[in-house]
Design a protein around this ligand. Structure first.
Ligand code: MN
Length: 253
């Protein structure tokens, strides 16, 4: 099995190395990742400048672009083969509920949708937003290996990806897997107002809102209870239930 690995925390991130090392036990791993952190870049593609992949001493490709750039490039010209599987992560911090809209980790997996095979985004849900330790990554990586060992038995429609969040705790304390739906967050915390060195007012986007829908079937709940949350995601943004209402409305205009 040939596995493409990417992330949004950058080519030097410890979660990337933990994932690539663990997946090397299952197949041939190729890493293409942003040269520096690109968290929160969602599905952005760099269209206004060229991308220059640089091979690192450890064999990883570093790209001066976004997570989506990395996977796009890997699947459309950089590599001389088509990977069997694309895995993104392991992100430092959870990607739960509405986070998935902004997440570069999720976007990297989403960019693999044209492969026609399910891809995986993996995040480590630590106690703090940016508090993930080496053991947590190792446990999360071992969890991903378990998923991929059973990969042949998973049949999903095209353009599906799995969003996996692993609670940061010792492997033996992880209670198992749970399939979940995305929960929802409330409004983000206020932006921070600061003054720059020249006395001008600047703002800093605040932290994500608290979970507003963290019901029992959600990703928030599963991770909170110590389970690995596995949410199948689709790329189709169409609100299918609204088609009839909008159609009726358009007729009467
Ligand atoms: Mn990140």
């Amino acid at each position: 099995m040939r596995i493409l690995v990417s992330n949004d925390d950058g080519v030097l991130a410890p979660g990337l190395a933990a994932l690539a090392d663990a997946l090397a036990t299952l197949g041939e791993v190729t890493v293409v990742a942003p040269e520096s952190e690109r968290s929160g870049f969602s599905n952005a593609l760099s269209l206004d400048r060229p991308l220059r992949p640089v091979r690192q001493a450890n064999g990883y490709w570093a790209v001066n672009g976004t997570p989506a750039d990395c996977v796009h490039l890997a699947l459309n010209g950089l590599l001389d083969f088509e990977p069997d599987l694309v895995v993104s992560g392991i992100n430092s911090g959870a990607n739960l509920g509405d986070d998935t809209l902004y997440s570069g980790t999720v976007a990297a997996a989403m960019e693999a949708r044209f492969l026609g095979k399910t891809s995986i985004a993996v995040s480590l849900a630590g106690p703090g937003a940016r508090n993930c330790g080496k053991d947590g990554y190792a446990a999360a990586a071992a969890t991903v290996v378990r998923l991929i060992e059973g990969w042949d038995r998973l049949q999903l429609p095209n353009r599906t990806l799995l969003n996996v969040n692993v609670p940061e705790r010792p492997l033996q304390d992880i209670r198992g897997f749970k399939v979940t739906r995305l929960g929802h967050r409330g409004r983000a915390k206020d932006v921070m107002t600061l003054e720059d060195p020249r006395g001008r007012e600047v703002y800093w986007i605040g932290i994500a809102g608290e979970p507003a829908d963290a019901g029992e079937d959600t990703d928030f709940h599963a991770v909170h209870e110590g389970y690995v949350s596995v949410t199948p995601l689709q790329v189709d943004l169409t609100r299918h239930e609204a088609l009839q209402d909008v159609s009726r409305w358009l007729k009467d205009l």
